[in-house]
Design a binder for this molecule. Structure first.
Ligand code: TUI
Length: 307
């Protein structure tokens, strides 16, 4: 399926992998790219030199295009932005902030820039700043989220900008893909389904939680201090929400989540760890290779879209 996004990125299928912190390392990114999508290395909160190593490893594993996601709250964001330009990365997606100050450097280095946005205003600002496309990410997504739903955000962003729009949030199969295209998207970004990919290094306990999750099993923590994060309900979210409701200060709540994503992804602590996942986890039923996932989604979407 050809769109402006597949042409721009040189990929076969308009499916981009989410830049999930800890989850999106080089094995997953290479597998998504090998399957014809765009694999992404998620910098998350990692140091710049770790990101450089990941970039080099993905290049050794696949010759297909891949990208890097820069999470803008990373204390080493400036250094990572430079590593991206230095290592000849072709595509960057960004999250959790405004990447404006890096755009000139990236454009000069020939990097395609695709900010993740959660509002029309941010999408227009990014287009004016020279972004090549935007990911319009709805509140159904896992991790750090905005307020608008995918269903409402995507068509409004499509109407507001001329650059291609990639839909994210709540998409995990061919129906979600086709629906996003009906709203005007020219590609989708998926995270939650790829957590349970065979090539994903995520701990089995975390994968099982995603596979067992039902429609209403996610919670949003941190709403009161302006950092809403969607994750699967567990002891940690119960404790967090209890304290948040009681008016606990940001520092105390932050202490509770410090290192909790690593604990879930690496150690498999599904009780006290942060199990970031989107609302569509309820639709994710089994571990499959990235190739199987992408083939299945594209087959279903082609029928629905009569392509
Ligand atoms: O970035 C994400 N999702 C993420 S980042 C992340 S790492 C993390 N870990 C613990 C706590 C917090 C974060 C986990 N998930 N998605 C992209 C996204 N960007 N969603 C929303 C936004 C966003 C929000 C506000 C983008 C721009 C923005 O505007 C900021 C500004 O400066 O105007």
């Amino acid at each position: 399926m050809k769109t402006r996004v597949t042409d721009m990125l040189g990929i076969e299928h308009p499916i981009i992998q989410g830049g999930m912190a800890w989850v999106a390392e080089y094995h997953l990114a290479a597998a998504v790219s090998e399957a014809g999508g765009l694999g992404i290395i998620g910098a998350g909160g990692a140091p710049a030199e770790f990101v450089r190593e990941q970039i080099r490893k993905v290049k050794e594993t696949t010759s297909k295009p891949f990208g890097v996601n820069l999470m803008l709250m990373n204390p080493e964001a400036d250094d990572i932005a430079r590593v991206i330009a230095e290592e000849g990365v072709k595509v960057v997606t960004t999250g959790a902030g405004n990447p404006g100050k890096y755009l000139t450097m990236w454009k000069e280095a020939g990097v395609k820039v695709i900010p993740v946005v959660a509002s029309v205003a941010m999408a227009k600002m990014m287009e004016r700043a020279g972004a090549d496309a935007v990911v319009a990410e709805g509140t159904e997504s896992g991790g750090h989220i905005g307020a608008a739903t995918t269903m409402t955000l995507v068509p409004q962003v499509v109407d507001a900008v001329h650059i291609p729009v990639i839909a994210a949030g709540g998409i995990a199969d061919g129906r979600g893909f086709a629906a996003a295209f009906m709203l005007g998207a020219e590609a989708v970004q998926m995270g939650t389904r790829f957590i349970v990919a065979k090539e994903s290094i995520v701990h089995e306990n975390y994968k099982k939680k995603v596979i067992d999750a039902k429609d209403i099993d996610s919670e949003v923590t941190g709403m009161s201090h302006g950092h809403p994060v969607r994750q699967l309900r567990n002891q940690m979210t119960r404790e967090y929400l209890k304290r948040e409701k009681a008016g606990a200060p940001f520092e105390e709540l932050e202490q509770l989540t410090l290192g909790a994503l690593r604990k879930a992804v690496v150690e498999g602590d599904a009780v006290n760890g942060t199990l970031m996942a989107g609302q569509i986890a309820g639709l994710v039923h089994r571990e499959q290779t990235c190739e199987e996932m992408i083939r299945e989604i594209m087959e279903q979407a082609r029928i629905l879209l009569k392509e």
